[in-house]
Design a protein around this ligand. Structure first.
Ligand SMILES: Cc1ncc(COP(=O)(O)O)c(C=O)c1O
Length: 422
């Protein structure tokens, strides 16, 4: 039912008494006043706890998107909330014009987690990717000796690295790029996972290869076995920086701390975001050794909020949560269960399943349903997930989900597909 009853901006998360359809009221309000750069499912969430969220009408849903893996530790993880609340009362922002007592401990912990000498903190994922682009270009000119103004970065087709004009400039998604040009030059795209194509694209001006160890927005696309190792060798041999965008794949999602760990590969630069802020706050960073990151000098790069004490406190707690390996283990165990359930549906509504840890992309038979229709069906069964590229649906439940949560997801998907096949 549609209602146009306005919701007061001071009324809190639930519309005032008497609104017949609070869900629709919130949708109308958002549609009227927020730009339409997303096409959300028609559910209005008001609270979250662990792997579950509750809407404004009290219905509960298993969150199988988990903020695109920003919520690896679930909604309102008590340790993250406590640490954030404590820091909120003390000091939230200093700017980097001054030191603060949270950044040093966080930077040390993240350096140790990544095995890198230093980190450069930012806020959103796209800013961290931009930081990696700037740093690798500067490294190219100052360390590698690339001719001024000619640096090239190799990227992968099907990539998703964020939404800035430079980043969408090397995307091959027409919707993300159309009418946003002109774009930044200096990028060359090659097919994802094709080591020969990377080798052929490298020339004297190449400073970096920027890649996702698993393409998340692309539909959880896992590269061919051995690609990451071969890329590591190639980058070392040709003096090119290997830059792993682990913003979505990193921090335990795939069953290891980093997706590169699956092939025992250490990139020259890690690009991190999403779960680094525990789903509470935007926290991103790049991590690299001195020979790379020392090209950044005062005044060359920065951000008002990057490295602020609140972000650093939360990021530090996230790194501590990862220290025991408990979440990585959980991703393995639950992921195996999810993958088994999904594979059982191939030929019965699904035409493809790709999975790594607790992260799966399924291709729905396009003759049966679109990805969006599957997500709408799942929503009616209390499961929230997100489609991509027409017929693909991604599942990335928080790593605090239980075995029975995973079973609920599998049963719900089977039911949606069975109903469509009748
Ligand atoms: C691999 C990857 N890189 C970068 C980004 C951009 O992050 P943000 O949306 O925080 O800018 C994303 C977001 O989905 C991502 O998946």
């Amino acid at each position: 039912m549609t209602t146009t009853t306005p919701v007061s901006s001071t009324s809190g998360p639930t519309p005032p008494e008497g609104v017949a359809d609070p869900t629709q009221a919130h949708i109308d309000l958002t549609d009227a006043h927020a730009a339409h750069n997303y096409h959300p499912l028609p559910v209005v969430l008001a609270s979250g706890d662990g792997a579950w969220v509750t809407d404004v009408e009290g219905r509960r849903y298993l969150d199988c998107l988990a903020g695109y893996s920003a919520l690896n530790f679930g909604h309102s993880h008590p340790r993250l909330v406590a640490r954030a609340a404590e820091q909120l009362q003390r000091l939230t922002l200093t700017s980097r014009a001054f030191f603060n007592d949270q950044l040093g401990p966080f930077a040390k912990a993240l350096s140790e987690l990544t095995g890198k000498d230093v980190v450069l903190p930012m806020n959103s994922g796209a800013e961290a990717v931009e930081t990696a682009i700037k740093v690798t270009r500067k490294w190219g000119y100052q360390v590698k000796g690339v001719a001024p103004g000619t640096a090239r970065i190799i990227t992968m087709r099907g990539n998703f690295h964020g939404r800035t004009t430079t980043i969408v400039g090397f995307s091959d998604d027409d919707v993300a790029t159309a009418d946003f040009g002109p774009f930044t030059p200096g990028f060359v795209g090659v097919p994802y996972g094709d080591i020969d194509a990377v080798a052929a694209a490298i020339d004297d001006a190449t400073v970096a290869v920027l890649f996702e160890p698993i393409q998340g927005e692309g539909g959880v696309v896992v590269p061919p076995e051995g690609f990451l190792r071969a890329l590591r060798e190639l980058c070392t041999e040709r003096n090119v920086l290997m830059v792993a965008d682990e913003i979505q794949s990193g921090l335990a999602r795939t069953g290891c701390t980093f997706a590169c760990d699956h092939e025992d590969v250490v990139p020259d630069v890690y690009v991190l975001g999403k779960a680094l802020g525990g789903g509470l706050y935007p926290v991103s960073a790049i991590a690299a050794d001195h020979d790379v990151l020392d090209v950044v000098r005062p005044g060359t790069h920065g951000s008002t909020f990057g490295g602020n004490p609140l972000a650093a406190a939360i990021g530090h707690e996230v790194v501590q949560l990862l220290a025991t390996g408990e979440f990585q283990e959980r991703a393995w165990v639950l992921g195996a269960r999810l993958e088994e359930g999904l594979r059982g549906m191939v030929g019965a509504g699904l035409v493809g399943v790709r999975a790594r840890g607790l992260w799966a992309g399924v291709d729905v038979d396009p003759a049966l349903l679109t990805g969006r229709e599957v997500c709408e069906g799942l929503m009616r069964h209390g499961i929230l997930a997100k489609d991509t590229h027409g017929s693909t649906v991604r599942f990335a439940p928080p790593l605090v989900a239980t075995e029975s949560d995973i079973d609920l997801l599998v049963v719900a998907l089977r039911t949606v597909l069975e109903v469509a096949r009748r």
